[in-house]
Design a binder for this molecule. Structure first.
Ligand SMILES: [Zn+2]
Ligand SMILES: [Zn+2]
Length: 200
């Protein structure tokens, strides 16, 4: 397990040598706006990055990152594992005056990761990329029946007394969706639809 995802760019900056780094992370620790954050992963997440010089202080990073996030089902709140397969690709720029690495938008609209320490810590970059790639909400099962809005009973386990009179087939599909999460029915997680998740 790697503590933080570092890639050493000293020889690339001195002699244009390509750089490579790989490892696994069980969490990412990073700072954003002066506040320390931790992004935990459900399983060790492997990363692999290559950096090639583009001449001068510019270079290109490409690679992959495969974290597994733990999210709550939008209807019944049970935990759902959300595996992500992220393709990394970003411009880098070395600027010795930069304290911590930060993302900046270039004139072309592309994102540039600006860094000042040749031992580049990718924690904040990987965390931000992961959060952007994560779905807004997930369901543990597309057919999840959610919680009873009266007593909170998990309707996946069977009807409660508030539902007893309603035949299960007639239960409105929207029932049990917490207010404001109507977008849960849209498809940011369409890719997960075929995913078999373990029953609890
Ligand atoms: Zn659910
Ligand atoms: Zn109930």
């Amino acid at each position: 397990m790697t503590d933080s995802p570092l890639i050493h760019l000293g020889s690339l900056l001195r002699a244009d040598e390509d750089a490579h780094a790989e490892g696994t992370l069980d969490h990412l620790q990073y700072e954003q706006g002066g506040v320390a954050h931790t992004l935990p992963f459900a399983e060790p997440a492997s990363f692999e990055v290559d950096v090639n010089s583009l001449g001068g202080s510019e270079m290109y990073l490409q690679g992959s990152f495969e974290p597994v996030l733990t999210m709550d089902c939008a209807r019944c709140l049970r935990e759902v594992l959300v595996p992500l397969e992220i393709t990394l690709g970003t411009l880098l720029r070395y600027d010795p005056s930069a304290d911590a690495p930060y993302l900046e938008e270039a004139e072309t609209g592309e994102e540039v990761l600006v860094f000042g320490d040749p031992n580049l810590d990718l924690s904040a970059y990987l965390a931000e990329t992961t959060l952007l790639a994560a779905p807004l909400s997930v369901l543990h099962d597309p057919e999840c029946r959610g919680l009873c809005q009266v007593c909170g009973h998990d309707l996946n386990l069977g009807p409660c007394e508030h539902m007893a009179q309603v035949p299960v087939e007639e239960i409105d599909d929207d029932l049990g969706i917490p207010e404001g999460s109507g977008h849960a029915k849209q498809n940011p997680f369409a890719a997960l639809r075929d995913l078999k998740l373990p029953d609890e």
